[in-house]
Ligand binder design. Structure first.
Ligand code: UGA
Length: 358
């Protein structure tokens, strides 16, 4: 039997890829809601999709829109670090108050919710705070962030960067409590830096402000500007290919019993790099892909305050323990960093800089 899924934020980066996969499978009808449709224009006419343009939190006919949907995927949120210390109230509203309404509605109407949280809830690592003393160099596994064991460590209130992680964390706690006290059927996803086509924007072309690091570096590569390393680029991230990530979400959708009332790290622990290494890899990859355009790029250090303004602090290291997703969902990411970067970079060139690919 055909299942019905609702997606809030279906034209975002993750939403657009999930939507494609659900429709391609032919097993789902989807009601997609978003304020824009720019990333899904190519699939809008699909017969299994009903697209509703608007903000689900101001539309007053939510019951009717999602009438046939048994599962709601909640993706809409402000999730760009440059916003966390600049429009903090909006960030908290979009990551806590608004999705909380949806959580209550799902509880009251007996719907399943797949809620996208963030790897950012882990904040800093114990090792990052305690310094070298705590580091056992022979035991790399000590860094792995685990859903049910690792403490969530945020900075002081004045460091407004943490407002996003705090809002995400509080909502996770509320969802968890709704599960226990009211039987809410939920799954929480913690994404670890998903990358792929249709990510973010290029400032001055189709957005303003500071996007996430891959888009910042792509802007530099396409328009021959210096790549900027915030605070030396020593912090680390594990980048996860969007197709691997969507595989995990499909398994969550298709295995309600295994994913019910669970939190999953979704990330590729093998794809860890420092941001400095990332800059060098992207410059090398770009020059290999487009040799006729080969250029020498400046890689420049900037302070966090200069780049993001006051109130920015950073997560030092985020490597997911994915044992739970492996065990319960049978999921394992298969795409290495280089391959994921090439897919992403080529898509940026196709969208923004055709002359470089000519
Ligand atoms: C962000 C969000 O806060 C997370 O919620 C989200 O899950 C995550 O992206 C994601 O994509 O999954 P973050 O990893 O800090 O977290 O986002 P980026 O803006 O991509 O920054 C990564 C690192 O690069 C940070 O250390 C940042 O300071 C640095 N950076 C960024 C640079 O050194 N140069 C730049 O030009 C941009």
């Amino acid at each position: 039997m055909m299942r019905n899924i609702g997606i809030i934020g279906c034209s975002g980066f993750i939403g657009s890829h999930l939507l494609e996969r659900l429709l391609e499978s032919g097993r789902y009808t989807v009601v997609g809601v978003d304020t824009v449709s720019v990333k899904i224009e190519h699939i809008l006419p699909h017969p299994l999709l009903t697209f509703v343009k608007g903000d689900i939190y101001t539309l007053n006919n939510r019951d009717r829109i999602f009438e046939a949907c048994d599962t709601i995927v909640s993706l809409a949120a402000l999730c760009n670090p440059a916003l966390y210390n600049t429009v903090t109230l909006d960030v908290v509203e979009s990551n806590f108050q608004r999705p909380l309404e949806l959580v209550k509605w799902c509880t009251n109407t007996g719907r399943r919710i797949i809620h996208f949280s963030s790897s950012e809830v882990y904040g800093r690592t114990v090792q990052g705070i305690a310094g070298e003393n705590l580091v056992d160099r022979d035991r790399e596994s000590q860094y792995l962030l685990s859903e049910e064991v690792t403490p969530l460590i945020l900075g002081p209130i004045q460091a407004q960067r943490w407002s996003y992680a705090c809002a995400k964390q509080l909502l996770e706690r509320v969802i968890y409590a709704y599960g226990i006290e009211k039987g809410l059927e939920y799954t929480i996803v913690r994404p670890f830096n998903f990358i792929g086509p249709r990510m973010d924007y290029i400032p001055g072309i189709d957005g303003e402000g500071i996007p996430r690091v891959i888009a910042c570096f792509m802007e530099s590569l396409l328009f021959e500007k210096p790549l900027k390393l915030v605070d030396g680029g020593h912090n680390r991230r594990t980048f996860t290919d969007i197709d691997d990530a969507v595989d995990a979400v499909m398994r969550i959708i298709e295995k309600p019993e295994q994913s019910c009332q669970q939190i999953f790290n979704i990330g590729n622990p093998d794809n860890e790099v420092t941001i400095r290494e990332l800059a060098h890899i992207m410059v090398g990859t770009y020059n290999d892909l487009y040799p006729h355009h080969s250029a020498k790029y400046e890689i420049r250090e900037v302070s966090a305050e200069e780049f993001y303004g006051a109130g920015y602090e950073d997560c030092d290291r985020r490597v997911p323990d994915i044992t739970k997703a492996q065990t319960l969902l049978g999921w394992i990411p298969v795409t290495g960093l280089k391959e994921a970067l090439v897919k992403t970079m080529v898509s940026y060139v196709e969208s923004y800089g055709k002359k470089h690919a000519a």
